[in-house]
Design a protein. Sequence first.
Length: 247
Amino acid sequence: MAKHVVPEAERRRRRPTRQGTVLSEEVIVQTALRMLREHGSTGLTARRLGTALGADPSTLYRYFAGLDDLTRAIGEELMGQALDTWTATGEWQSDLRSLGRAIHASYLAHPQAAVLTASRVTGRPREIAVDETILGILRDAGFPDADAVVVYHAFIDLSLAFAALDAGSLALTDEARAADEEMWDSTYAELSADTHPHIAATARLLAGRMTRSAYPVVLETLLNGAAGQLTRARNRANPRAADEPRH
């Protein structure tokens, strides 16, 4: 049976913890982010979190239904940080591009948390605000609702998928990540053109690119495809305009 979460107005701690901290959801989430950064996902436990906060581990359950609920709150925080750094311009492609990059950057700033939360749906206010913003950009640009949902789905999944992929690399030890990156020079670049002609022909280009994220390139491909989709939708809505000669 799920643990009862005390309503926000009733759960505010009246006195500081042993470390002089007044607890709140925000304080717990920020402490959890620090623990994930220092110890990885396996290091995030109620007992360790209580120790870090200077409180009994059971205190967590006054704020969250459990560690899974805390995980959702962490994902919510990463989404909120992305939205806080983003500014709209009114040009839909530019706005989606910058928002996607903000989401990607927010998750990569906390790679351990990104690996843990990128696949989760929080249903919390700041995540909902991001979703509302994306759909608003698309609908205001003129996308029919069905098309807006398709592009939204592709956009948010692409952003979070690359966030998880790229964060996974950053979450490796420095030695492991360096070994992976070195593979392009130490192995791929040494393959014979007789046995692997295509890799051999592009080996140096691969070595220069494969250690970087492909997210900006794939995001641009998605935006270009969405632009074509919008043009087709406008032509369907106004077929006479599509037939008029261009000067």
